[in-house]
Design a binder for this molecule. Structure first.
Ligand code: ZN
Length: 128
């Protein structure tokens, strides 16, 4: 790890505050921690839309710089931004459990492509 954990935590904390303001998520309770993620994930997020609570885990062993970690943080914050749209999937799944078996998978692909696009905007860039 070419950076210390406390160095990373400090940078993540200040970027979290900036992103919450920038994205209008200041009323959310967003916990950010360093930790291990699934083998194919650099970072993970759990979102509780009803409670406006999210927990982000950044796998610091898979990042080569703090800057790269901040990019992962921004990605996860964008998941929070568009999370209300997931309600659509839940409503469909409730209405027709058989027909929407593939919805979550399809949804994940759509969500990731929207986020990829948002990452190319100013929102996705680092501190001004
Ligand atoms: Zn993602």
């Amino acid at each position: 790890m070419p950076f210390t954990a406390s160095e990373a935590e400090k940078a993540l904390e200040s970027e979290s505050r900036r992103l919450a303001r920038l994205l209008g998520l200041s009323h959310w309770d967003i916990a950010v921690a360093l930790g291990r993620c699934e083998p194919d994930a650099m970072a993970e997020i759990q979102i509780n839309e009803e409670l406006s609570y999210a927990s982000i885990t950044i796998d610091h062993f898979k990042h080569s710089s703090v800057k790269e970690m901040l990019g992962s943080l921004r990605h996860e914050f964008l998941h929070i931004l568009i999370s209300p749209m997931y309600m659509y999937v839940e409503v469909l799944a409730e209405a027709n459990p058989e027909g929407v078996r593939l919805m979550p998978e399809l949804w994940e692909r759509l969500e990731e492509s929207v986020i990829l696009q948002l990452e190319k905007t100013d929102i996705g860039r680092s501190n001004p």
